[in-house]
Design a protein around this ligand. Structure first.
Ligand code: DGT
Ligand code: CA
Ligand code: CA
Length: 574
């Protein structure tokens, strides 16, 4: 079983909380908390330390801790943790996260009111029961209700598409300060994970106070959580937490690498350094002394390139830093040349006000030209052949007047419950590009959904399957289709698969993009725009494609238009 340091630390801190709720021994509570902190700060993987027997050498780690860690690595929990959990409802731990709810108060409402979850706590506040308890009152009750609201906002991860715009506003504001030499996003937002736990912002500056002043004064900030010597944390109106770190320019690269993560990538890089006699941390790269009594010597860390160069590797783009083969690829010189925004040539999934879109055909075309696209397929979901013919004429007339962009009269066809298509064969043959999507059945079995997609793919009339899993981030998980089979079908039928850039979809996801690349199946990276402004959300598709190791050769919309026209011509004649 693979557990991260954070997982193990989390269990120790839960044991501390539970012991406290159960009036346990104060020494034990403190000891669990201390171990959690030690594990959080560890610079090596707790699993490898345990396996090599070196865990007990860490200060603060005793025999009991080693035993518990061993159990956690093996089973995901340990005896003490299990016992503590059995004595109390798990909802009490959630209640502890509500500001104003310390262990004493949680116990009080549990014992006096039988409240054992956040939902019940909310109901008790609304009914006025909390105010009737000793040492409580209306004011406290109101404050707790507010805290519940903000807890709801911040529990759960935020889609990248909501976190990035907030991050950019911080970068713009801080970057404009005279004393700031550099600033960047770090953490999961820089690795472009599809959801974000909290935002990490790094600044290189010799002055801390003015940077923090500007940071906490940002209009999005609702609450300052912490202001320390170099670190400051705030909570935004949206519930998102933002961590700022102000760093010396000399160690900025080492810090940027460290705080970009992922933790598993960092651990692998640090282990590699160790084997070469180097110590790598957030302050820099150091050569370990060869003789007793000498100090480590700083040999780099102003830039991330120096960190990678120290361990004899080329620069690894942040999107790849998940310890999923990127270090091996860097070593062999086989890192992908990741696709960029500038590589996109066309967009093949776009809606206008002729159907579900907001903007006119002309407005969509102008915006696509503005973005540098050289071809654009209009793919409204229109179910009347006559209306589609009208739109085709309008597109042809517009094409007459403009030669900067090749327009394709396409259509989005709906895949029905048994895989049948919502338009007849003659109509689909007249279209220049057909994208087929299922819009229901996300609660269906994976087999059922895949069977529907398969029938559409084998119809010979469809060029591309749109958003295949049909998921909504933070909404619904999408159909559990076997993507190996989907990709094999794409290979067999010559049908492309979409990467829908809608930041609430990002479907294909990054792992499936990488799978498509391994099987040499091209991905159609499209905006699925419903307005002119949304054409630019291919930004998020590009992030996802990069996390999926995609290069220009793997992306259909980074190819000249002939590639898809020829594929379609061959399909219709074959
Ligand atoms: P998130 O916020 O859950 O979306 O994910 P991250 O990756 O942004 O995680 P976060 O904000 O806790 O920390 C940012 C980075 O800092 C993380 O990717 C790696 C580094 N880091 C944080 N804590 C530790 C740690 O205890 N050990 C190591 N090795 N690295 C850490
Ligand atoms: Ca983070
Ligand atoms: Ca953070």
């Amino acid at each position: 079983m693979s557990v991260t340091n954070k997982d193990v630390a989390g269990i120790f801190s839960e044991m501390a909380d539970l012991t406290e709720l159960q009036d346990g021994n104060a020494f034990r509570i403190r000891s669990f908390r201390r171990v959690a902190q030690v594990l959080e700060d560890l610079h090596e993987s707790v699993t490898s330390l345990y396996e090599s027997g070196a865990l007990s050498d860490i200060p603060g780690v005793g025999k009991g801790t080693v035993r518990r860690v061993g159990q956690i690595i093996e089973t995901g929990t340990c005896d003490d943790h299990r016992e503590l959990r059995e004595k109390m409802p798990a909802g009490l731990l959630d209640m502890l996260q509500i500001s104003g709810m310390g262990p004493k108060t949680v116990k009080l409402v549990y014992e006096r009111l039988g409240v054992s979850s956040v939902d019940e706590l909310e109901a008790a506040c609304k009914a006025g029961h909390l105010a009737e308890l000793p040492r409580m009152g209306e004011k406290t009750q109101d404050r707790i209700l507010k805290s519940i609201e903000s807890w709801r906002k911040r529990s759960g991860r935020m889609p990248l598409g909501e976190a990035i715009p907030a991050g950019k506003r911080f970068l713009d504001a801080l970057g404009a300060l005279g004393c700031v030499e550099r600033c960047d996003l770090a953490g999961s937002s820089r690795r472009r994970r599809e959801t974000i736990g909290d935002l990490d912002v790094l600044v290189a500056s010799r002055e801390v106070a003015p940077v923090m002043d500007a940071f906490v004064a940002q209009p999005l900030v609702a609450e300052v959580l912490l202001r320390g010597d170099t670190k400051c944390s705030v909570r935004l109106e949206s519930g998102l937490q933002v961590d700022l770190r102000v760093l010396e320019p000399e160690s900025y690269g080492a810090a940027l690498h460290y705080f970009t993560g992922s933790q598993m990538h960092n651990i692998a890089i640090r282990d590699r350094g160790k084997r070469a006699g180097l110590r790598i941390n957030e302050y820099g790269v150091y050569r370990e002394p060869t003789e007793e009594g000498q100090e480590p010597v700083l040999i780099g860390g102003a830039s991330e390139e120096e960190v990678f160069a120290a361990v004899k590797l080329p620069y690894i783009p942040p999107e790849l830093r998940e310890n999923r083969g990127e270090i091996e690829a860097a070593e062999k010189g086989t890192l992908p040349e990741l696709i960029t925004d500038a590589d996109l040539r066309g967009d093949l999934h776009v809606h206008t006000d002729a159907a579900e879109g907001q903007d006119s055909l002309e407005a969509m075309v102008d915006a696509a030209i503005e973005l540098g696209r050289t071809y654009l397929a209009i793919t409204d979901r229109i179910s009347s052949p006559e209306k589609l013919a009208e739109q085709r004429t309008a597109i042809a007339m517009l094409q007459e007047k403009c030669d900067e962009i090749r327009l394709l009269a396409g259509v989005e066809v709906v895949i029905g419950p048994d895989g049948e298509l919502s338009l007849d064969e003659a109509t689909l043959r007249e279209a220049e590009w057909v994208i087929a999507c299922a819009h229901d059945g996300f609660d269906q079995s994976g087999e059922k959904m895949l069977a529907r997609l398969e029938r559409a793919m084998k119809s010979g009339l469809v060029d591309c399957i749109g958003h295949p899993a049909n998921r909504i981030l933070g909404g619904r998980p999408g159909a559990p289709i076997d993507h190996d089979k989907l990709i094999a079908l794409a290979k067999e039928t010559g049908v492309f698969i979409e990467l829908d850039s809608d930041p609430r979809r990002l479907d294909l996801d990054a792992a499936h993009c990488r799978q498509a690349r391994e099987h040499d199946v091209m991905v159609a990276l499209c905006s699925d725009a419903r307005s002119a402004a949304e054409l630019a959300r291919t930004e998020y598709g590009i992030y996802t494609a990069r996390r999926g190791w995609l290069e220009v050769a793997n992306v259909l919309t980074a190819q000249p238009v002939e590639v898809l026209l020829e594929r379609r011509a061959a399909r219709l004649s074959g």
